[in-house]
Design a protein around this ligand. Structure first.
Ligand SMILES: NC(=O)c1ccc[n+]([C@@H]2O[C@H](COP(=O)([O-])OP(=O)(O)OC[C@H]3O[C@@H](n4cnc5c(N)ncnc54)[C@H](OP(=O)(O)O)[C@@H]3O)[C@@H](O)[C@H]2O)c1
Length: 256
């Protein structure tokens, strides 16, 4: 498939603008699911397991289909695309295990749209536009090669934090319960949204390793989307638990 840099730039800038738009308007536009659900009359709901499966599925399916139908010359591009798919293998695990409350259909549809778009953007770029071999192996680009490995390490650290933190959250509830408790252990000792911290580190690590606008655009989008959410989660804990640890921050340990 021919690479259209114009398409890649438009989609990447769209992703960044959507994130910044959310960051600016986050008070009125917090994605209404989980504890931030607002009850303004009846809304169509689906079980959380179904919602997470359907909304994240395109993030796995689109890159996989593009990968199977592409004759990309870059084996590193293929590998990085598979790495992206691997992460979204969590689609099955997370959806199967979640003990979250039912999910509004309109939030699920919006999330599914973002996952489809992002899945296409990342894969299209990695398989058809990125030219890793020349840049990454050249001595002139030694510094970039170094960022590749540092980025991968950050990606795996973030992924481990994210998975471990989601595990802690899940085990705060018995099956069928809808209560909130104070999370303990892991990075929750330092921040209220350790799972979000892991997710953000992960995508910035991925952006560093691929050193590209599309991956940076998703890292920024994630930061703008879950950053404010971490603040509202933190405020929720402080308002609802008198014994909430006073030194715990919202998202960044020791800072905020
Ligand atoms: N890249 C992105 O832009 C992006 C965006 C959104 C989410 N994500 C990722 O998707 C995953 C889930 O996100 P999320 O927004 O649902 O995270 P979340 O609000 O932290 O909730 C995660 C799960 O744990 C439950 N939970 C949270 N705090 C709890 C507590 N104190 N006591 C008991 N149960 C608790 C939630 O139940 P309820 O649903 O009933 O509250 C939900 O099932 C995370 O790994 C996140 O990083 C990524």
């Amino acid at each position: 498939m021919h690479c259209s840099h114009e398409l890649v730039n438009i989609l990447s800038c769209g992703m960044i603008l959507a994130g910044l738009g959310h960051l600016i308007h986050h008070k009125g536009a917090q994605a209404a699911y989980g504890r931030h659900m607002v009850h303004k009359g009846p809304a169509w709901m689906v079980p959380a397991k179904v919602a997470w499966f359907l909304q994240e599925m395109p993030a796995l399916l689109v890159p996989l289909l593009l990968s199977l139908s592409s004759h990309s010359s870059s084996s590193l591009g293929q590998s990085l695309n598979i790495l992206n798919c691997l992460f979204y293998g969590r689609t099955f695990v997370y959806a199967l295990l979640t003990r979250g409350r039912p999910f509004p259909v309109r939030v699920m549809v919006a999330a599914g749209f973002v996952c489809s778009l992002n899945g296409f953007l990342q894969s299209y770029y990695l398989l058809h536009c990125a030219q890793f071999e020349e840049e990454w192996t050249s001595k002139v680009h030694y510094q970039i090669g170094l960022s590749f490995y540092q980025g991968l390490i950050l990606f795996y650290i973030g992924m481990a934090i994210n998975i471990h933190s989601d595990y802690i959250l899940r085990n705060l509830r018995k099956p069928g319960e809808v209560v909130y408790r104070i999370p303990k252990g892991g990075l929750f000792e330092y921040v209220s949204s350790a799972n979000y911290l892991g997710e953000i580190l992960e995508w910035f690590g991925y952006a560093l390793s691929t050193w590209s606008l599309p991956t940076l655009s998703f890292a920024l989008f994630s930061f703008c989307f879950i950053g404010p959410r971490a603040y509202y989660h933190h405020r929720f804990y402080q308002e609802n638990f008198k014994d909430y640890p006073v030194l715990r921050k919202a998202l960044i340990p020791f800072i905020c």
